[in-house]
Design a protein around this ligand. Structure first.
Ligand code: IPE
Ligand code: MG
Length: 221
């Protein structure tokens, strides 16, 4: 969900207004995804690198995410959305935010219509490091370590690898998102700044995805 700061700056607003405007984009996309029966949606909300931002912006984002969960969890629950978080629950995440995350998770854990994973304090390299640590602390022998073993120790082993990754705001990077999982994902880059992103942009990206030929390193007949 990239481009909030630039969206705000272009309007002469503080960057935080871009984050606020991003909420409407997120819910338009979630609703649009529900309409077409998308089962898994993962959004990058806060990266392990975002702590480098000015403390006021970090503080704002923590509070904003907490209140967003409190305001919107019932609506998501009513729509059959299972809310999950991927990322590190370390000391930097305020306790109140962790509590809101836990409450949203337990409220919605029985839902199956869609799994909405919020990557929060998430880094793809950190996830792989955490998987390796978990393998070691489980005492997995070296000859038993294979791709399946690593996958089993990722944050959400049941989450299918993404078919499609959409990067907004005209940036052409992965920026530490789901590094293990997106080995064969199709990448679509959009010039649209996140606060302007709507479900029709999602559908356009899916249409582009449908024109791709996935070969997974093989050849097609
Ligand atoms: C993405 O928008 C939101 C978060 C990372 C929290 P940015 O804040 O990165 O917006 P730009 O990239 O500065 O425009
Ligand atoms: Mg950015």
């Amino acid at each position: 969900m990239d481009g909030n700061g630039r969206w705000a700056r272009r309007r002469g607003l503080p960057r935080t207004e871009g984050h606020i405007a991003g909420e409407e984009a997120l819910f338009d996309v979630v609703n649009g995804a529900l309409d077409i029966g998308l089962r898994w949606l993962t959004v990058y909300a806060f990266s392990t690198e975002n702590w480098r931002r000015p403390p006021e912006e970090v503080r704002f984002l923590m509070h904003f995410n907490e209140t967003l969960l409190l305001r919107r969890r019932d609506e998501l629950n009513a729509k059959g959305v299972r809310i999950r978080f991927a990322g590190r629950r370390d000391w930097r995440v305020p306790r109140r935010v962790l509590r809101a995350m836990e409450e949203a998770t337990s409220l919605t854990e029985g839902n199956r219509r869609m799994t909405l994973t919020l990557a929060f304090n998430y880094g793809g390299r950190a996830e792989i490091v955490d998987a390796v640590r978990a393998l070691v602390s489980d005492g997995v022998a070296d000859h038993k370590i294979d791709e399946r073993a690593i996958r089993r120790h990722l944050y959400w082993p049941d989450m299918p690898d993404p078919d499609l990754v959409i990067r907004t705001s005209g940036e052409y990077r992965i920026s530490n998102f789901l590094l293990w999982q997106l080995a064969y994902s199709e990448l679509v880059f959009s010039e649209v700044l996140w606060p302007d992103f709507r479900s029709h942009h999602l559908y356009e990206a899916i249409a582009e995805y449908q024109r791709r030929h996935r070969r997974y390193g093989g050849v097609t007949a």
